[in-house]
Design a protein around this ligand. Structure first.
Ligand SMILES: [Zn+2]
Length: 384
């Protein structure tokens, strides 16, 4: 083996051991050696490197199978911190997490703004406030992840945000210049899907569809544990799938798109005079008081979601579909209505093949997703 190969093998061993410690912490050196098949001296020298980097520390003593009790190794979640920011159409939700994804601080701001400058000022002040909460640690703030409700290309440039004109194309470099840390930009549905996979409803599942229903509809696709972003990063724009080819015109240029019927925008502006002036919370209150007209509206909302979802299920055959929307999460009547619309239409062999569930992380799903992608990138780099 030449020097370059030896170096590569060492690096791979380090990463393999670190991954096992993150997954199984606390764990002993002997167990690590057994799981990875690496000999004890290799394990010891690589663990020393991880301890020097403050990524791993030793604690007391574990269970013994006879003889001396082993020292246990623990992933040091407090070695650094990451920011996850979800920029919505009319809000910004930010969280600060440790390297284990535990939320340390959070900030939520509404953004009824008229200019990009105003919006960027709100974003910067939210980031400043969260940075002031970063505890003392070896690596400090390791990065900022930002997700947006629009199309993000593979270079992390924001190429289209139909409902938020102020979100500028090169947001990544603007934030990087201001805060001097690595920044990543992700699509909101992709980020939410990743959040649910790492921390939420889809933990440990391999094939997931995440449906984000807000002003529009976006889907995040996870295939074999990995985010599927498409060739250029444009996958998941299923809100613009045709539901009615004679339907009303959509801003995308098509007619009768799914999100014209099943998004919150459609929900708040249907033909019913009643819902036009209601806020989401007022609607939820009316539903809780069994207001007949509201219940019919909710059922219809679920029906339209189910119509589009049937095609999504027939296309991807996922293990699980997770729906992120505050009304769906709080009103079981909507989920039941979605289920019955899907059940009566889906390809019969797929009938009982999937789970349909509301988001477990709710509003924080996209922010947690971006923060976990930031953390993964950092941990990859710091073990180079
Ligand atoms: Zn459309």
């Amino acid at each position: 083996m030449n020097v370059a190969d030896q170096f590569l093998v060492k690096k791979m061993n380090l990463k393999t051991l670190f991954k096992e410690i993150i997954r199984k912490s606390p764990i002993s050196r002997a167990e690590l050696s057994k799981i990875t098949g690496l000999n004890k001296s290799t394990v010891s020298s690589q663990i020393n490197t991880l301890i020097e980097k403050n990524l791993v520390f030793e604690i007391g003593q574990g269970q013994s199978s006879g003889g001396r009790r082993p020292v246990m190794l623990v992933f040091n979640k407090k070695a650094g911190y990451a920011l996850g920011i979800d920029i919505g159409v009319d809000f910004i939700n930010g969280i600060l997490t440790d390297l284990g994804g535990n939320v340390v601080a959070s900030q939520y701001k509404e953004t009824a703004v008229s200019s990009a400058e105003e919006a960027i000022a709100i974003l910067f002040s939210l980031i400043d406030e969260l940075i002031s909460s970063v505890p003392d640690s070896r690596y400090g703030l390791v990065g900022i992840g930002v997700c947006v409700p629009g199309i993000v290309d593979k270079n992390e440039e924001i190429v289209f945000t139909p409902n938020s004109e102020w979100i500028v194309k090169d947001l990544k470099s603007i934030i990087e210049q201001k805060f001097s840390v690595p920044v990543l930009i992700e699509n909101e549905a992709n980020a939410g899907a990743y959040g649910e996979k790492v921390f939420g409803a889809a933990k440990n599942l391999s094939n997931i569809i995440y449906v984000s229903i807000g002003t529009g509809i976006g889907i995040g696709i996870i295939i074999n544990q990995e985010l599927y972003r498409g060739n250029n990063g444009f996958s998941g724009e299923m809100g613009h799938m045709t539901i009615d080819f004679n339907g009303p015109k959509c801003s995308c240029g098509n007619r009768g798109c799914w999100e014209l019927y099943a998004s919150e925008r459609a929900f708040y502006n249907p033909s019913s005079k009643k819902s036009i002036h209601l806020t989401r919370n007022e609607l939820i209150n009316l539903a809780q008081n069994n207001d007949a007209e509201t219940l019919i509206l909710l059922q219809k909302f679920g029906f339209y979601i189910g119509i589009g979802l049937t095609s999504v299920l027939n296309t991807f055959n996922p293990q699980s579909v997770i729906i992120r929307n505050s009304i769906v999460e709080s009103q079981p009547i909507v989920l039941n209505s979605i289920k019955s619309a899907v059940t009566s239409r889906i390809y019969s062999i797929s009938q009982n093949e999937y789970d349909l569930m509301p988001s477990a992380l709710g509003q924080n799903a996209p922010a947690l997703g971006t923060s976990s992608i930031v953390i993964e990138r950092f941990l990859e780099l710091v073990t180079e």
